[in-house]
Design a protein around this ligand. Sequence first.
Ligand code: HEM
Ligand code: HEM
Length: 172
Amino acid sequence: MTPTRYSRPMMWLHWLSAALILVLFVVGFVAARVLPFSSPLKQPLFQLHAVAGYALLVLTVVRLYYKLRTPQPAPPAGMSGPRLLAYKTVHALLYVGIFLMALSGINILQQSGLGISPFFDPRGLDFEVLPAVLHVNGKWVFAALILVHIVGVFSYQATKGDVLSRMGLGRG
Ligand code: HEM
Ligand code: HEM
């Protein structure tokens, strides 16, 4: 039978991933833009950023594997053609965005000649390499996508009915 809400593991994976993404944005921004190069915090923050990015990548692979292997709820009731298409497209693009941000991040290290270890020395980073350009600019596209997702969720909740409880928020 098709479930009416996401399973517990899918809820945990969603909220853990969302929390990691918040940490990635804040820590990435502070490490790259706020702290001067002389700051002793720069290296640990960059390393925390990379560890969180790797963790998100692993969680997302597990999430997609689990999603494909277990029954998933049908889309929320009452979605029309274009709205249903937008719902599916935004969800797919959020997964694509996670992969592109994480893989471009790892590729910055590789192209800077630092290997792939998250425990790198940020003094060796080359900010001119292509993956760095993609990572720095891609963050805006990714953030906009997340905003569209959140606006979509709350607009459905306000006009059509409860959707938050499908992801474990509220009683439903
Ligand atoms: C970094 C932030 C976030 C990302 C990357 C994200 C990603 C996703 C993805 C990919 C799905 C689809 C799950 C699937 O079917 O595979 C989803 C569903 C959902 N998200 Fe988020 N999300 C984020 C933040 C939020 C926030 C802040 C809220 C609400 C306050 C939220 C509420 C929901 C709800 C209610 C669903 C279920 C939609 C449905 O019923 O089908 N998400 N999210
Ligand atoms: C979804 C995952 C990720 C997100 C959302 C993210 C987000 C960010 C953000 C917001 C910045 C600051 C950019 C700026 O304004 O200058 C940044 C910088 C950076 N991130 Fe990530 N990141 C992710 C994954 C990773 C991973 C996995 C690595 C490496 C293993 C990584 C390495 C870096 C590096 C080296 C920088 C500094 C480079 C630069 O600013 O050009 N990131 N990231």
